[in-house]
Design a protein around this ligand. Sequence first.
Ligand SMILES: [Zn+2]
Length: 75
Amino acid sequence: MGLECKACGAPLPSQATSCPACGAEVPPLAPKKTKLLPLAAFMLIVILVIQAYMNKPDSESEAVEPAPAAETAAP
Ligand SMILES: [Zn+2]
């Protein structure tokens, strides 16, 4: 999968924990995609909370909203 030793540049097996060529330690792969899932869930919760917070004053503003006079002003 194009994995190379950062110390000597030798190709590494996918599950290698150390370089077979120079013996340098290979850090375990940190999949970034798995970290996006809890982040997306967190963002979804934040959006839902914001929407729930924004809906509260919205119900009151509807009563203050003036009626459209364009239709009643027809000749
Ligand atoms: Zn190496």
